[in-house]
Design a protein around this ligand. Structure first.
Ligand SMILES: [Zn+2]
Length: 282
């Protein structure tokens, strides 16, 4: 999804070989400010380091980033940017910048190539860019202590850049489409009369119908998977992975919905009958 640009020279093998200078861009849809996360973070630096200590004394207090952690902490101690024995609160402005915000740079530590970068971007990349629900409890507690998340001002939380949001179909852009309930989105997609992309629309409608079929038509595509309930997540997996195990009924297993689910799934997976699964489970 990233937007990339590049330039360089190419050699053209035609008659007299010649070298041409070329540039290219590849357009993606990711918001560059929040890197597609939809939120930006404000970091409480007191949760990252203890200014009264030196690096060698364990100034960095990020969980698991102890002084013997080779990739996370050794570069700060041994890359040569910082004095490992100087307390952080005595750093000059330039040293503090190198410690907290230095651009990623390849350095050698004990003969091994590693990346040195400021503590703030390193923590953002290592912890804050991940789905919080998927983090281990003590890491999640650290993230909640250290960072305050606010809606990204550039994309308004849609995760998409201006170019992606400016492209519209019948007045609706992809961010708008993602906020619609799936039921509503299916109707909208079905109303599109675009012969050139008809197979794509048909496939899209089929996927969306599958969600409605199992009673998830009220969800929207912008909903982060981490916020789904257990029953919702199970039904989403059903659509992605195939037949479900009906021995573990979720809140969706009321008879009417179950009939729809079983009937729809049987048809979808080309099965004549689900009597075995039914007798086993219910
Ligand atoms: Zn953004």
């Amino acid at each position: 999804m990233a937007t990339v640009r590049g330039s360089g020279s190419i050699t053209v093998e035609s008659g007299a070989r010649k070298v041409e200078r070329k540039t290219f861009t590849r357009q993606g849809g990711m918001c560059p400010r929040c890197e597609g996360r939809g939120a930006v973070s404000d970091i409480d630096l007191t949760q990252l380091f203890d200014g009264s200590k030196s690096l060698a004394e364990g100034a960095i207090i990020v969980p698991g980033w102890t002084t013997d952690n080779f990739f996370a902490v050794k570069p700060y101690l041994e890359a040569g940017f910082l004095d490992p024995d100087k307390p952080v609160h005595k750093y000059t402005k330039a040293e503090l910048h190198d410690f907290l915000h230095h651009e990623p740079t390849r350095v050698k530590v004990n003969g091994v190539n590693v990346t040195y970068e400021g503590l703030v971007p390193k923590v953002e990349r290592s912890f804050l860019s991940k789905d919080r629900e998927a983090l281990q409890p003590h890491i999640r507690a650290f993230v909640e202590r250290a960072a305050t998340f606010t809606t990204c001002p550039q994309c308004g939380g849609t995760r998409l850049n201006d170019i992606a949001r400016s492209s519209k179909v019948k007045g609706t852009n992809i961010a708008d489409a993602c906020t619609m309930e799936i039921r509503e989105l299916t109707e909208w997609a079905r109303s599109l009369d675009q012969p050139s992309v008809a197979p794509f629309i048909a496939a899209l409608c089929q996927t969306l119908d599958a969600f409605v079929e199992v009673g998830l038509g009220y969800l929207s595509l912008e909903r982060p998977t981490g916020t789904l309930s257990g029953g919702e997540a199970q039904r989403v997996r059903t659509r992605a992975e195939g037949p479900i195990d009906l021995r573990y009924p979720g809140p969706w297993c009321v008879p009417r919905k179950q009939q729809r689910l079983v009937g729809g799934s049987a048809h979808r997976f080309g099965l004549a009958s689900w009597s075995c699964a039914m007798s086993e489970g219910n």
